[in-house]
Design a protein around this ligand. Structure first.
Ligand SMILES: *Cc1c(COP(=O)(O)O)cnc(C)c1O
Length: 345
């Protein structure tokens, strides 16, 4: 079979949710962010596993993502939408029973007019300047919003992956100032903030990447394994080039394995020659550029070339591969291709 295999460990996913849940006290609910198709791993399977582990509050980026999620988890769990109540979303919000996290005066107006008694949350901007009401807008709208009984008041940290960044405390102070004395559940933290300690937990945490085995949750169990079949082996003489642009030239006699997986499968071209595949625990560097469907790999040093080489394994996690490509684990996960043969264990 010429298809690379992506193995998704739902047990590790559930263990990561429980581990993040255990970091906060009993007064804090641990949600689960499953936007972008469950960070590329398949929202249906991911959400079902998280619901079995105990998650009762889910978060998606846009209302459209909630259809498959609602089908997967049933009517019980709460589904929040980060993009709020966009024009055209009203039917979806009503029918799928979503909680839009309203982020502007315009959205508040839209929601109260279109769905006056339907549950909603509010996003406050505490310094990231991406989504949410500014402090002055919040001061103006606050009384009206509170009279409509929001289910959640939230904000988002810009620098929580770095515990030493002074921005964390500034945003925390701003959030406290904007929400002091409210009797509305509050949420500030994604994975990074959850790791910053109890000051950051409030009533709900919203981890995403940590569930899927990525940094900044360094203790996460890896969730994905990826291995790709060797489709051809060849010997290359000194002076011969390998791959597009003849960018790699062999200096010595080499054995090259052509492996089925490329940038169309999310192995972004930028990872260039810094990326490494593994035969078990033996590293095998790339030789030549990443193609759309193939990689060429130096296996000269192997006594025997296995039928598959590993791209993501216990030897190399999503963040290691991300480093090779000059990106972050989030992008590696959400780029994982549709072509892989996916198995869930
Ligand atoms: C994506 C996102 C999260 C989850 O973030 P992670 O860093 O993946 O844990 C939480 N809150 C908001 C607003 C987000 O956009």
């Amino acid at each position: 079979m010429g298809t690379a295999r992506l193995k998704i460990d739902l047990g590790a996913l559930a263990a990561n949710w429980r581990a993040l849940d255990a970091l906060s006290g009993p007064g804090t609910e641990t949600g689960a962010v499953v936007k972008a198709d469950g960070y590329g791993l398949g929202i249906d399977r991911v959400a079902k596993a998280l619901a079995r582990a105990g998650a009762r509050s889910f978060f998606v980026a846009q209302a459209e993502e909630a259809a498959e999620l609602r089908h997967a988890v049933g009517r019980g769990p709460t589904i929040h939408v980060f993009s709020g109540h966009m024009a055209g979303d009203t039917e979806m919000i009503r029918e799928l029973n979503l909680v839009p996290l309203l982020n502007s005066i315009e959205q508040l107006t839209r929601h109260f007019e279109a769905l006056p008694v339907h549950p909603f949350g509010v996003q406050l901007d505490t310094g990231m300047n991406r989504l949410g009401l500014e402090p002055s807008e919040w001061r103006a709208a606050r009384e009206i919003v509170l009279s409509q009984k929001p289910k959640l008041v939230m904000s988002h940290l810009a620098c929580a992956d770095d515990p030493d960044d002074a921005m964390n405390e500034r945003q925390l102070a701003q959030f406290l100032e904007m929400t002091e004395g409210l009797s509305v559940p509050r949420s500030l933290s994604a994975t990074g903030g959850t790791l910053l300690g109890s000051d950051y937990h409030f009533d709900m945490t919203r981890p995403g990447i940590g569930l899927y085995g990525g940094l900044p949750f360094a203790d996460a169990r890896p969730v994905v394994q990826l291995s790709a079949p060797v489709i051809q082996l060849r010997d290359v003489d000194p002076g011969e080039s390998i791959g597009y642009g003849a960018a790699f030239v062999a200096e010595v006699s080499m054995r090259i394995a052509t492996v089925q997986a490329g940038y169309a499968d999310g192995l972004i071209r930028a990872m260039g020659e810094d990326a490494i595949l593994f035969a078990g625990d033996v590293p095998c560097p790339l030789a030549g550029r990443v193609s759309m469907d193939m990689l060429t790999v130096d296996v000269t040093h192997l006594d025997e070339v296995p039928p598959h080489l590993d791209i993501l394994s216990h030897e190399q996690g999503v963040d290691d591969l991300a480093n090779a490509a000059g990106t972050i684990g989030y992008e590696i996960l959400t780029s994982l291709g549709r072509r892989y043969r996916r198995t869930y264990v």
